[in-house]
Write a protein that binds this ligand. Sequence first.
Ligand SMILES: Nc1ncnc2c1ncn2[C@@H]1O[C@H](COP(=O)(O)OP(=O)(O)OP(=O)(O)O)[C@@H](O)[C@H]1O
Length: 252
Amino acid sequence: MTDNSLHEPQWALHIEDLTVAYDATPVLWDIDLNIPPGVMAAVVGPNGSGKSTLLKTALGLVRPVAGHVRFLGRTAKQMGARIGYVPQRHSVDWDFPTTVRDVVEMGLYAQVGWFRRPSAADRQRALDALAEVGMQDFADRQISRLSGGQQQRVFIARALVQEAPIILLDEPLAGVDATTENIIMSLLQRLRDLGRTIIVVHHDLTTVQSYFDWMVIMNVRVIAQGPLHQVYNQENLHAAYGRQLAAIAATP
Ligand SMILES: Nc1ncnc2c1ncn2[C@@H]1O[C@H](COP(=O)(O)OP(=O)(O)OP(=O)(O)O)[C@@H](O)[C@H]1O
């Protein structure tokens, strides 16, 4: 029997009946989610509400108990490098001995093949991507010898060379200064304006309205999802954050 609901190419991200547990404790429960192409979507919710797990499960890095995920109608595996992923900074082994240039060139391998060396033109694309994020002067620096904000920008440059239509970022603004925040957000907005879909786990409710046009509010379950102006309201935020809300944001 074929299930046509699995193939939903009109959605950049389509998630159905997704349940995920760590050690028998459910951390995502019966998630149904649709994000259309070409939006800049914030995924918000309190600490431990399952935001990172949602991204990792969508990418196939965590195995769900139930449910399925499609990007533009395809599995994450079928999409391969057509999904860019910028993981949470603390989840990356920054001591791995590699240069900034190498990290960005890794984004090219899916296109040029693992066994072919990148051509001069490919390498130039990597440098161009570094220039886009203002990191061209750091190409030969060891990745471990960068600040947190600089590391994030390098990972974004890698997503840029992948030319992925969908980019997932897990708290790209955590611990970065205002200048880096501006560089990252204007770059992401430019990519969105070019038609890419940007999905960002975001912590700061005070900036969510200025940066995003789509929103998913979650706490183990999805509390609300849709265009930001429809979803960002006191009732939905309260349902997700409860009493914490007053402490973390001035809400509408
Ligand atoms: N590998 C793991 N093994 C066991 N439990 C885990 C694991 N990863 C996350 N958890 C738990 O799953 C829940 C959801 O975690 P997750 O990191 O997805 O939440 P989050 O919303 O991204 O949190 P934060 O905002 O603090 O980054 C938390 O209770 C967390 O402790």
